[in-house]
Design a protein around this ligand. Structure first.
Ligand code: NAI
Length: 248
């Protein structure tokens, strides 16, 4: 039997890349999926792949009103929220440069989407999860936090912030049966990462224990596990899924 039958899952940043792969996996495990993204056309395309049982919503995760509407629309459709995957981030198109050259406006936007966004989305869904006395929040961080990957200080700092947020939220909501964990992917082949790094297919292959490029499908099993009751006694943790490059 599917592990998430009749669970209701919201995935942010689900128009493409990892978010799309997470939606496909969660739907395959039996969940009803809310495909949330600032890019409505992309979200609609992802939702269409899942048939009638997915809801596409346009959300800017950095805007409180949007995150509240996302939670309301989910509750209006299915009456509960079991899973939140905080995956949306400014990643595609980010220019890598020394920290002293990052424009302050760009710093603010990256923090607003990548760090404030997961907080706002969690804040929007947690009242429903508290009432249910059950919920799973999975935040998508990045292994770049552990490697201190140079020339994108705002991105790496935001992803480190996501780990801090994961820990605090886990401590605060554990008593309501809500688990909060993070996944830190390694360099994973998506359209965004291919744009970011030349030779993406071979870029990190010789640096991990497992000598091949990471694919979105390498992450979906960990997500399904953290979203399911199989992980009910795991909270506040960050799982690095990168083929054994960062040994955390
Ligand atoms: P991506 O850039 O292709 O996808 C990000 C998605 O977030 C896009 O669909 C975009 O429209 C959406 N988005 C951006 N701003 C938004 C906003 N304000 N509100 C709502 N949605 C917004 O990135 P990819 O490769 O799919 O990565 C997904 C997640 O995984 C991101 O959090 C990224 O930081 C993280 N990650 C990715 C790695 C990789 O190598 N691909 C490695 C480590 C972490």
């Amino acid at each position: 039997m599917a592990r998430l039958t009749d669970h209701v899952a919201i995935v942010t940043g689900a128009a493409q890349g990892l978010g799309r792969a997470f939606c496909v996996k969660l739907a395959g495990e039996g969940a009803h999926v809310v495909v949330a993204d600032i890019n409505l056309d992309g979200a609609t395309a992802t939702a269409r792949e899942m048939g009638n049982d997915a809801l596409a919503i346009q959300v800017d995760v950095s805007k409180e009103a949007d995150t509240l509407k996302m939670a309301e629309a989910t509750l209006a459709r299915w009456g509960r929220i079991d899973i939140l995957v905080n995956n949306a981030a400014i990643y595609q198109g980010l220019t890598r440069r020394p920290f002293e050259d990052i424009p302050p406006d760009e710093w603010d936007r990256v923090m607003a989407v990548n760090l404030k966004g997961p907080w706002l989305c969690a804040r929007a869904v947690v009242p429903a999860m508290k009432k249910q006395r059950r919920g799973k929040i999975v935040n998508i961080s990045s292994a770049t936090f552990f490697s201190g990957s140079p020339r994108w200080a705002h991105y790496v700092a935001s992803k480190g912030g996501v780990i801090g947020l994961t820990r605090v939220m886990a401590k605060e909501v554990g008593e309501y049966g809500i688990c909060v964990n993070a996944i830190a992917p390694g360099f994973t082949l998506t359209d965004a990462s291919r744009e970011l790094i030349a030779n993406a297919e071979t870029y990190a292959v010789d640096r991990g224990a497992i000598r091949r490029a990471e694919q979105p499908e390498d992450l979906v099993g960990t997500l399904a596990f953290l979203a399911s009751s199989e992980s009910d006694f795991i909270t506040g943790q960050t799982l690095v899924v990168d083929g054994g490059r960062q040994l955390h």
